[in-house]
Design a protein around this ligand. Structure first.
Ligand code: SF4
Ligand code: SF4
Length: 382
């Protein structure tokens, strides 16, 4: 009997009604009950009560095949916190040598504060003059070279200044996103001493490490933490409380709109790919859409709320499954006739950009911060 893998109260909440099945992308792929939220909860119960041994191959497969997208949570009438159960499952399933080496390597790198600081310095991150980077034409702006210290005490909307979180993955791959966030709110403070939020760890079998990193980041960024990553926002909110954390679209909500974004001489047509954890964990989906509608023609995709297959490390650990999910989404994006698909999470941005480039698609993937910064940038002199 394994006994203590899961919080028994959480595990007993499921009433096996099956309302979650139509929302689950992996169930849609296979039609197999074991690949559904209800089926996985049955597997968790079998692990907990010892009906299945810990090394059962179905347990290994299904704990890994699950995207962790939490699309099963908002539709659940019993309030099952599936995301939390999955984190507990992976702590058990991926302990010791059973943890995928790539997941181990990525969490090791993300936990190295000196390396993150170095990446921030090398890549420019947000620690410089705030400047938008073009989304509709031309290459990204060059990284700024001058470091700026935490700025004014009050934002443009009269709120206390937020503390911009640079992220680990985002700092290395998309520093222009942080710079665009500062262009949108120059009052954002950007302390240099900030580590990873720990979401990567919590979702990859190191829940205690993920919570420890989140608490530490909460000390490094006192007050309101503003993040351009939906996944990080959800994790931080789960550890520090939702009042401490604001994803960028909720931070900017209600501010004056930018100018109209134009592509090829007409108003741009844009669509949004939701961040799963932002939408399903924090219930944030209306805010980014409202901001986009102010500056462009917004087109809603039928599958906007469904995972794009990035799912943290999933696209690296299960590339074939990830690509199957992405391909269906890209077909939909291209059929919608949009100019831009907007992401609110760096993992989704990478996934969409990679897939669209692979297809040589005319549609471009951008982060919400980059698009809004371009819409608010002063027009170049005639
Ligand atoms: S909807 Fe909720 S209660 Fe119903 S089967 Fe799914 S997880 Fe269980
Ligand atoms: S987290 Fe996503 S993939 Fe996993 S069971 Fe829930 S809906 Fe399905």
């Amino acid at each position: 009997m394994t006994g203590d893998v899961f919080d028994p109260g959480q595990l007993s909440r499921c009433i096996s009604c099956g309302f979650c099945l139509p929302a689950c992308p992996t169930y849609a792929m296979t039609g197999d009950e074991a690949s559904s939220p209800r089926g996985r909860i049955t597997l968790m119960r079998a692990l907990q009560d010892g009906t299945l041994p810990p090394d059962d191959p179905t347990l290994a497969e299904q704990s890994s095949f699950c995207l962790g997208c939490r699309a099963c949570e908002p539709v659940c009438p019993a309030g099952v916190q599936y995301g939390s159960l999955l984190e507990q499952w992976r702590v058990h399933q991926w302990r010791g040598r059973r943890r995928p080496p790539l997941a181990r390597a990525l969490t090791l790198v993300a936990g190295q504060r000196w390396l993150l600081r170095l990446l921030g310095l090398v890549r420019g991150a947000a620690r410089g003059p705030a400047a938008p980077s073009p989304t509709t034409a031309g290459p990204a702006a060059a990284p700024p070279t001058t470091a700026a210290e935490p700025a004014a005490a009050e934002s443009g909307a009269g709120e206390p200044a937020g503390q911009l979180m640079l992220g680990c993955f985002e700092r290395a791959l998309y520093p222009a996103v942080s710079r665009a966030a500062r262009a949108l709110d120059p009052a954002l403070a950007v302390p240099s001493a900030q580590g990873c939020c720990g979401a990567l760890h919590a979702h990859n079998g190191d829940l205690a490490g993920g919570e420890r990193l989140a608490r530490r980041l909460g000390e490094e960024l006192p007050g309101t933490i503003v993040t351009t990553s939906g996944g990080c926002a959800a994790h931080l909110a789960s550890v520090l409380g939702p009042r401490r954390v604001r994803e960028l679209s909720t931070w900017l909500a209600g501010r004056p709109p930018g100018t109209e974004l134009r592509v090829a001489g007409r108003r741009a047509r844009v669509t949004l790919q939701d961040s799963c954890h932002l939408r399903n964990g924090l219930g944030v989906f209306a805010e980014p859409r409202a901001l986009l509608r102010q500056v462009a023609d917004y087109v809603e995709l039928p599958s906007a709320a469904t995972c794009c297959g990035a799912a943290g490390t999933y696209s690296l650990l299960r590339p074939n499954d990830s690509r199957r999910i992405l391909d269906a989404k890209l077909d939909e994006i291209e059929a919608a006739g949009v100019d831009l698909v907007v992401a609110v999470n760096p993992g989704c941005l990478r996934q969409l950009r990679t897939g669209l480039r692979r297809r040589r698609s005319a549609v471009r993937a951008v982060h919400l911060a980059e698009l809004l910064a371009e819409a608010t940038a002063p027009a170049p002199p005639a």
